[in-house]
Ligand binder design. Structure first.
Ligand SMILES: [Cu+2]
Length: 248
């Protein structure tokens, strides 16, 4: 990973800034380019996107990227270079991106909250920071300008060892189970549903008549309307996962 990028970028930045200041002095776009070109030491206040799973970054890295037609391979029109970038878990990353084309490009990295975007209306250099999540995950990035992704403008950020951003991974954690008591109103064995008139379920729900999914549906076997039950709700599955009949 190259780390001594600033002199080159700054030189470009000065050239861009001077040229732009002369040509279109006062435009907001010029000001943005000027600021980004000098990469201030601590632009965090307005330029930091935090992964929800990491509040305090443990390290920092700066990654230089370019985007444009000249990085396209056979069959492509545009591309990012490099197209695979790496970072540690819970690391603050500064992306310095140069758009070498005169057309619009927008680097978008979904998977962060809020997602990361760097937009260009034409040639220029911009930078922005974000903090990676504290998990081994591979995030896909792309150019958000219509059709550019299909034309080759996409890549991957590998955080830590990388890995599929599976919903299952997010669901892992302590189970949120709640106990309830109530009277069976009706059952639907075919759909695996139970309507129960239940008392207050502490920290979960007020007393009410409600229809719940039951997993597995076989828990409903032999259950008749009017039966008093104690049941367990898995809040993440939004389903009743245990039923015990009580004395009437
Ligand atoms: Cu693009």
């Amino acid at each position: 990973m190259k780390k001594t990028l600033l002199p080159g970028i700054s030189a470009v930045g000065v050239a861009v800034a001077v040229a732009v200041a002369v040509a279109v002095s006062g435009s907001a776009w010029a000001f943005t380019e000027f600021e980004a070109a000098f990469v201030p030491e601590d632009p965090l206040a307005k330029h930091r996107i935090l992964a929800t799973s990491c509040e305090q970054p443990r390290s920092f890295r700066r990654i230089e990227m370019k985007g444009g037609t000249k990085f396209a391979r056979a069959g492509e029109v545009f591309a990012f270079e490099p197209r695979v970038i790496r970072a540690k878990r819970c690391e603050e990353v500064e992306i310095i991106l140069e758009n070498t084309d005169t057309v619009r490009h927008a680097l978008m990295l979904p998977g962060l909250n809020p997602m990361f975007t760097l937009e260009f209306t034409g040639r220029g250099v911009k930078s922005l920071r974000f903090v990676t999540p504290d998990e081994d995950i591979t995030l896909e990035f792309h150019c958000h300008v219509e059709t550019h992704e299909d034309m080759g403008m996409h890549g991957q950020l590998i955080v830590g060892k990388g890995g599929a951003p599976t919903p299952a991974k997010a669901a892992v954690g302590p189970k949120r189970l709640f106990e309830g008591k109530g009277v069976v109103v009706s059952t639907d064995a075919r759909d695996g549903r139970l309507v129960v008139d239940h008392e207050e379920i502490k920290d979960f729900m007020a007393p009410m008549v409600m229809s719940y999914q039951v997993l597995p549906g076989t828990l409903l076997k032999g259950l008749k309307p009017g039966a008093r039950i104690r049941f367990t709700i898995d809040a993440d599955k939004r389903a009743i996962v245990g039923i015990k009949r009580l004395a009437q």
